[in-house]
Design a protein around this ligand. Structure first.
Ligand SMILES: Cc1cc2nc3c(=O)[nH]c(=O)nc-3n(C[C@H](O)[C@H](O)[C@H](O)COP(=O)(O)OP(=O)(O)OC[C@H]3O[C@@H](n4cnc5c(N)ncnc54)[C@H](O)[C@@H]3O)c2cc1C
Length: 418
């Protein structure tokens, strides 16, 4: 079964989807107003982690007790912009409820596990397919803690990972020093996710996937969609007024999917968990295993561009200007984690802010809409969009082929009534 498909958005999700559908024989048009791999997409600036351990949602039991602290602590890993609260309140409420019990968190973790358990293998195969095998490195991923007690404080997360088959080793201080001498003495315990992988140039990776898709027959149009018309058959109106018809439209525009869907009355609860990166572009990175220090909850990734420090969750509307104070927080955590950085007097830094497209339940929205035939959602990947891009592309193909959904339909837009 094949036909014509328009894919909107050439971030990691749209790029993987366009290539997968073309390889399966579909006639694909990919539209994005930006340059594939460009800085405006979340897929450009993320931490590059492809972690089978990223199955724990942000919402967990008792998080509501921490909200006042998040509002006050300007240097914590999660902040909420006061002025955005009226707009974000409905989403925040659903977010708090989504992880209110251990049972709910366990269910979300098992659904995320279905997206992520083989993510490293999928990316290695994809990188091979596009001729950029060097961009994906499988050297494991380290979650570093000041001591065993801090690690055990996250016992629910690690128990759920173990129950879902995520392979990891516990490293004591001597093991940590042996593998990562660059890590400061304030870290004395680690959990090493053995199968974890990372991408050393996320922008080039997305651009490479789109190049391969074009070679496979995908037509790329560098224009944004202004709107999607759903009746009588799917149609997309691009900037400039050009209108394209297709059998299916896949909406993969990251955070901007919300607006496109709203235009035809589909109000998916999705907000931006804004995140930042600082890339130290000067000097060598003296370690090759990516690290997530528990103190800053940030991904520290050796990349082709230098050491990328990425993280911070800032709940704010997408229109707000970046708050570069968040990037300074990342830098100060890095200085406290890696003594070698303090030796460099004036490092060259590149700062960036992007939007994690996040649903309140921490699960992406993938699949056909009930009320609008021919429209397929592929967005809302929050913290795991890079890692789960190739699997998402497979799920979109399943939707086009009208196969029954996986995971009890956990990713379907139907869970929000659409
Ligand atoms: C700081 C930070 C760190 C992160 N770290 C990780 C990590 O280590 N691992 C991981 O797996 N995930 C990580 N993420 C999350 C990940 O980056 C996102 O989930 C993922 O990039 C989302 O991909 P996407 O393709 O849905 O959206 P995007 O990458 O945002 O792409 C959307 C595309 O749609 C285009 N578009 C917008 N409007 C339109 C329109 N009207 N018509 C057509 N096209 C349109 C945009 O130009 C853009 O190219 C991180 C995110 C951030 C912010």
């Amino acid at each position: 079964m094949t036909g014509n498909v328009i894919v909107l958005g050439a971030g990691i999700v749209g790029a993987c989807t366009a290539l997968r559908l073309a390889d399966a024989g579909w006639n694909v048009t990919l539209c994005d107003g930006g340059r594939p791999g460009g800085e405006e997409a979340a897929s450009y600036g993320n931490g590059g982690w492809i972690s089978p351990a990223s199955i724990i949602p942000m919402s967990f039991p008792g998080i509501w007790r921490k909200v006042p602290g998040y509002l006050l602590d300007r240097s914590g890993p999660l902040t909420i912009d006061w002025t955005s609260i009226p707009r974000l309140a409905p989403w925040l409420l659903r977010f708090l409820l989504a992880g209110a019990t251990e049972g709910r968190v366990a269910k979300i973790a098992s659904h995320l596990n279905s997206l992520l358990h083989d993510a490293p293998e999928r990316h290695l195969a994809l990188a091979e397919r596009i001729g950029r095998r060097q961009l994906i490195v499988q050297r494991g991923l380290l979650y570093a803690y000041p001591d065993r007690a801090e690690y055990e404080a996250e016992s629910l997360s690690w128990r759920l990972r173990r129950e879902n088959g995520v392979a990891f080793e516990e490293w004591d201080e001597s093991e940590l020093r042996r593998h990562l001498p660059a890590l400061g003495p304030n870290f004395r315990f680690g959990a090493y996710v053995t199968k974890g992988a990372h991408c050393i140039n996320t922008g080039a990776y997305v651009a490479g996937i789109v190049d391969a898709a074009i070679t496979a027959g995908v037509r790329f149009i560098q224009k944004s969609a202004n709107s999607i018309l759903t009746t009588p058959t799917p149609r997309v109106v691009l900037t400039g007024g050009e209108s394209l018809a297709a059998d299916y439209v896949v909406v993969a525009a990251g955070i901007h999917s919300k607006r496109l869907m709203r235009e035809f009355g589909t109000k998916i609860p999705m907000e931006s968990e804004r995140g930042y990166h600082v890339t130290v572009t000067s000097g060598d990175v003296p370690f090759d295993i990516p690290v997530m220090p528990s103190t800053g909850k940030m991904a520290n990734t050796p990349t082709e561009m230098g050491l990328r420090l990425s993280g911070q969750v800032e709940l704010a509307t997408i229109e707000k200007a970046p708050n570069w104070r968040r990037a300074e927080v990342l830098q100060s955590h890095a200085l406290a984690s890696y003594p070698y950085l303090a030796k460099e007097k004036q490092p060259d830094l590149k700062l960036w802010m992007g939007h994690r497209p996040s649903t309140p339940d921490g699960l992406p929205v993938i699949g056909s809409l009930k009320r609008h035939s021919g429209i397929i959602a592929a967005f809302g990947h929050g913290h795991v969009g890079l890692a789960s891009g190739p699997k998402t592309a497979d799920l979109v193909l399943h939707a086009l082929e009208q196969r029954p959904p996986e995971q009890e339909g956990a990713f379907l837009p139907a869970r929000f009534g659409y």
